[in-house]
Design a protein around this ligand. Structure first.
Ligand code: RIB
Length: 297
């Protein structure tokens, strides 16, 4: 039986306004369009891993409301195992308010709601699922204690643990030391490393803080990654006409996890993830923008 990729993370319904530019504080901007789509970093990464050909189980928490119901129906259509998704009456399903500018840049405000109810206990009671996973993939839109609990299980059973440290926040060395692959963007890498430096220096610093491998995503400049010998490789970006960069990082992480789960090398995994992320920015929305593997041939 194929081993599962376990994604632990957030579910959001994304409400997207297309705007000429991102409004400054106090400014009102007249938009040119509005969409509601499935989002949330955890869910986007679960969808990307599934569209990349992986067998995905998703651990998350939604509210007992119509948004939660729609999200579960959408994941089931994506062939994601939704048996481990908790439903809570304590909070509504997470929502993200997103502005997408004509340049393709975005700004995002998240109301986490039910995502804050995914607790360490929800992870502990699924220890067996995590122990048997081919890879565990997490981000930072659910409580940190929950992520730390998952990291502890990953180390206990020697399961590769991929942490996408988004949204950015400072992390303890005790957590970083449990990470097999850390995938920050440049800003997240600077915050975690506590220095402003070149991507290569940031990667070296993060490795010295206990992370096994680091991939720093650099938007249209591609990515850099540390190999087993901690040598740094730059993978150039792929030219793309960006209409919306939302979920490009999530696409990257989902593909990366699926490729690692399929036994590919870090180099092969980063190359395909980079290709998938480049295609995602040419399309609007989070989950609607994630490519299927067949589109990357
Ligand atoms: O990474 C993009 C995602 O961030 C969006 O889908 C939004 O829901 C926020 O979580």
């Amino acid at each position: 039986m194929k081993k599962k990729i376990v994604v632990i993370g957030s579910v959001n319904i994304d409400m997207i306004a297309k705007v000429p530019h991102i409004p400054a504080p106090g400014e009102t901007v007249l938009g040119t369009g509005f969409f509601t789509v499935q989002g949330g970093k955890g869910a986007n990464q679960a969808v990307a891993a599934s569209r990349a050909g992986g067998e995905v189980s998703f651990l998350a928490c939604v509210g007992e409301d119509s948004f939660g119901k729609e999200a579960l129906e959408a994941y089931a259509k994506e062939k994601i195992d939704i048996a481990y998704i908790k439903k809570t009456a304590k909070a509504p399903t997470g929502v993200a308010l997103i502005n997408v500018a004509a340049s393709g840049e975005n700004s995002i405000a998240v109301a986490p709601g039910a995502n804050s109810q995914l607790m360490p206990d929800d992870i502990l009671k699924n220890e067996k699922l995590l122990a048997n996973a081919s890879v565990i993939l997490v981000q930072l839109e659910v409580p940190l204690e929950t992520i730390e609990t998952a990291a502890g299980i990953a180390v206990k059973y020697k399961v590769p643990f991929i942490l996408n440290p988004a949204p950015a926040q400072k992390l303890e060395a005790s957590l970083l030391g449990k990470v097999t692959i850390l995938t920050p963007n440049e800003q997240e890498a600077e915050l975690l490393a506590g220095i402003k430096a070149s991507p290569a220096e940031l990667a070296t610093r993060l490795v010295s803080m206990g992370v096994k491998s680091v991939i720093i995503t650099l938007g249209k400049e591609g990515a850099i990654y540390t190999s087993n010998e901690q040598e740094i490789t730059h993978l150039p970006g792929i030219k793309a006409e960006a209409v919306d960069t939302t979920a490009a990082g999530d696409t990257f992480n989902g593909y990366l996890a699926a490729e690692i789960a399929a036994g590919k090398s870090l180099k092969q995994a980063v190359e395909l993830a980079n290709k998938a992320a480049a295609l995602s920015v040419t399309r609007m929305g989070a989950q609607p923008s994630v490519p299927f593997k067949a589109e990357l041939d």
